[in-house]
Ligand binder design. Structure first.
Ligand code: ADP
Ligand code: MG
Length: 155
């Protein structure tokens, strides 16, 4: 499933729409170049979970935890994990824990991905405008296929 968006707000809305259907242990992978909209989408998820704190890019901290919403949100940036495993972070524990896991740059932790996940690919195409983006949903496993159908089936 793939959508075109023309503003940051639209990208956020897609994230917000997803949030209602998320449950503990869900793993959401956000891939795409710098500035493609990964963190903007995460802000939408956070809003949908009722998290009031401002979501900041976890680039330097690697993981940011938000505990005051319907579910905890674990927002990770794998860009600096160059051994491909994510062991140093205790990723396994997060993925089997009590919250929703959102991972930017998941290509850096390919070896540690769970069996099922929701991958979302963000792309820009400046020939169609500075704010033009595509958001493509690539769910793995029945759980995430169902979630995508429920969240966006009517879009
Ligand atoms: P990433 O996390 O992928 O590096 P960010 O979400 O941090 O990207 O940044 C996206 C930037 O692009 C923000 O400055 C945002 O305002 C801008 N932007 C412009 N149009 C869009 C859009 N349609 N969707 C998302 N972000 C957009
Ligand atoms: Mg980011």
């Amino acid at each position: 499933m793939k959508f075109n968006v023309n503003t940051p707000e639209e990208t956020m809305n897609y994230g917000e729409q997803l949030a209602d259907y998320l449950s503990p242990k869900d793993v959401i992978l956000l891939d795409g170049d710098l500035g493609a909209g990964k963190t903007t989408f995460t802000k939408g998820i956070a809003k949908g979970l009722g998290i009031k704190r401002n979501i900041k890019s976890p680039t330097f901290t690697i993981i940011r935890e938000y505990q005051n919403g319907r579910l905890p949100l674990y927002h990770m940036d794998a860009y600096r994990l160059d051994d491909g495993s994510g062991d140093e972070l205790g990723l396994e524990e997060y993925f089997n824990g009590d919250g929703v896991n959102v991972v930017e740059w998941s290509n850096f932790i390919e070896e540690s991905l769970p069996k099922d996940y929701l991958k979302i690919i963000f792309k820009r195409d400046d020939s169609k405008g500075n704010n033009y983006r595509t958001i493509e949903f690539d769910p793995k496993g029945t759980h995430f296929n169902k979630i995508i159908e429920e969240s966006y089936g009517k879009n």
